[in-house]
Write a protein that binds this ligand. Structure first.
Ligand code: GRF
Length: 205
């Protein structure tokens, strides 16, 4: 059975594209039931359309976080979603949506990708902050979401070096290439129920 996922986006959608491409190439056994953007007119919506996936805009502007999440959840609740996948979704997830995806063992079935080696450089500008800090090594983290921003059980991390000649642009480009390879790979591990975080807890997904 393919992994049923919904993907939340806010912008460019390059990770969305990597996931959809991996599905098309049969490297990822998943079915994207819906893509939801909290912003209108973003590139991610066009990508979803190009891949023939249902996409919706549920604007968050002017709404309380929980109010917005209730609308999002209304669109998800009947779709039998195994995992909610955050791909450049620039909203903090509130206890409302967390509770909807919390399983009986306490794991929250919401996955996020963050462009640093968490817990270093949480927040919205991780590439820039890591680069400006002068790190010699940075990386990408994929994790289950918990109550705190950019925190939760780590599913995968991959490091990359900052090269002496790097600009922020080249540094970011190298990181993004890892993101696009790693996110589909980790989702496939979830599909195959081979995820270390559950094994450590003596559980299966
Ligand atoms: C990525 O760097 C991701 O790690 C972060 O936000 C960015 C989204 O990019 N959470 P995109 O919309 O997937 O192109």
């Amino acid at each position: 059975m393919p992994l049923n996922i919904a993907i939340l986006v806010s912008g460019r959608g390059s990770n969305l594209k990597a996931i959809l491409e991996a599905i098309r190439e049969k490297q990822l056994d998943a079915s994207v039931k819906v893509v939801i953007s909290n912003k209108p007119d973003v590139a991610a919506l066009k990508i979803a359309a190009d891949y023939g996936v249902e996409a919706k805009v549920i604007p968050s502007a002017g709404l309380q976080r929980t109010e917005h999440e209730k609308l999002v959840y209304d669109s998800l609740s009947k779709l039998s979603i195994d995992y909610l996948v955050l791909a450049g979704y620039m909203r903090i997830i509130t206890p409302f949506l967390l509770s909807k995806f919390r399983d009986e063992r306490g794991f929250i079935r919401i996955v996020n990708i963050h462009p640093s080696l968490l817990p270093a450089f949480p927040g919205a500008n991780a590439y820039e902050e890591a680069f400006n800090y002068g790190v010699k090594v940075s990386g990408i983290t994929i994790h289950l979401v918990d109550e705190e921003v950019d925190r939760g059980p780590i599913l995968a991390q991959e490091a990359f070096e900052r090269l002496p000649e790097d600009t922020l642009e080249s540094f970011t480009k190298r990181g993004l290439a890892i993101e696009h390879r790693l996110y589909p790979k980790v989702l496939q591990q979830l599909a195959e129920q081979k995820v270390p975080v559950y094994a450590q807890a003596g559980e299966t997904p």
